[in-house]
Design a protein around this ligand. Sequence first.
Ligand code: IDP
Ligand code: MG
Length: 138
Amino acid sequence: MAVERTLILIKPDAMRRALAGEILRRFEARGLELRTARLVRVDRDLAERHYAVHREKPFFGELVEFITSGPTLALVLEGEGAIATCRQTIGVTNPADAAPGSIRGDLALSMPDNLVHGSDSPETAAEEVALWFGDELA
Ligand code: IDP
Ligand code: MG
């Protein structure tokens, strides 16, 4: 399997609850390597670009409010099959359905406060790493 990079966001709810260390620990424990990190106060423009695919969804306004509500810790993680493995470690979108053992299944209750974002494909991972980190990792 290919070595991949993925964008992980430790979202404002996780930062408010002081779960950044716990969440990063779970990724590191799986063997993923931290390549870079940045604490970001997300503005509306970045929020709307990052979540552009959801622009027409009924929850878009609430989602932008949420992701701009406090600092977000943006990470790039690297490893074999990193994109799918991170999504599994995170758990499914709605914490109510997320399996125990996953981050959302252990630590979150409802949307939009589901603690973590992980890129969902090699194409979105490349776009998202570029959006959040520019050519720093090129
Ligand atoms: P993902 O984060 O698991 O990839 P997406 O479907 O891409 O999930 O949705 C992006 C984010 O939007 C979710 O992580 C969650 O914070 C929020 N969200 C998704 N669906 C809903 C909803 O029905 N109500 C409120 N927020 C939602
Ligand atoms: Mg998504």
